[in-house]
Design a protein around this ligand. Sequence first.
Ligand code: G
Ligand code: G
Ligand code: MN
Ligand code: NA
Length: 254
Amino acid sequence: AMLESELRQAVPRNQLRLYYQVQVDRRGRVTGVEALLRWQHPGYGMVPPYDFISIAEESYLIVPIGEWVMETACRQLAAWAAEPYTEGLSMAVNISPLQFQQPEFVGRLETILAATGARPERLKLEITESLFMEEPDAVRDTMLRIKALGVRFSLDDFGTGYSSLSYLNRLPLDQLKIDQSFVRTLFEDNANAVICASVIDLGRNLGLEVIAEGVETEEHRDWLENKGCHAYQGYLFGRPLPLGELEPLLRESA
Ligand code: G
Ligand code: G
Ligand code: MN
Ligand code: NA
């Protein structure tokens, strides 16, 4: 409860931060970043999302927090579009199911896009399978409205949920993201290697881009590339970084 009352102050007291982790294509070119939330707490230091996202969801604070994330990410996206070396970058933003299901979500997204001038085509919303459990048809309708704005969708943590695969074809998805739990243990656990290869095949057969996260070594990248994986994210290419540390890396790779 104490953490919750402090978290309530995090937005007004300007304690939230976005870190950015690069995403690369098969040639190693940086094509975009994922925005990852941090809480700069005056006493505890930099708190990772793992320690406060569930509290934010239980208390519905995820709604204003998610809005802060969206607005900050879109403002950054618009700033990058004005710089030659970051012009074409995309921005992936994690969306909590609760945030997505707010009736105002699409309207707020439109307002933020218009206010910041961010190009919708450069914005990618990361959603998870859990979103489809309760009202899959309503979720699909909302996705179609967002898709009509030009915004893209990535299915995050893919393979860790329990839902059936039948929805994949019916949803306006652009990308599947293989969860890092499968990628990191690729060479130790044959079942995970089979899952990685299957997800890549599935995505390719459905016309979806496949990105692997948690790519930590060249060997992992090469194995995934050989299976046909389109894009990569992980410590091999860069850790989540604050803006000031990310920008030199972007300039260098341009
Ligand atoms: O940055 P990483 O370190 O630890 O993030 C852990 C998890 O927290 C991510 O897998 C992601 O799902 C979640 N997360 C990170 N940033 C956000 C955010 O802005 N909104 C939501 N809802 N979840 C986030
Ligand atoms: O949204 P999501 O769960 O997918 O966020 C990705 C999380 O994975 C972030 O918390 C990020 O810090 C973490 N991460 C990103 N790349 C790597 C990696 O190569 N290895 C490990 N162990 N974690 C990673
Ligand atoms: Mn994610
Ligand atoms: Na993930």
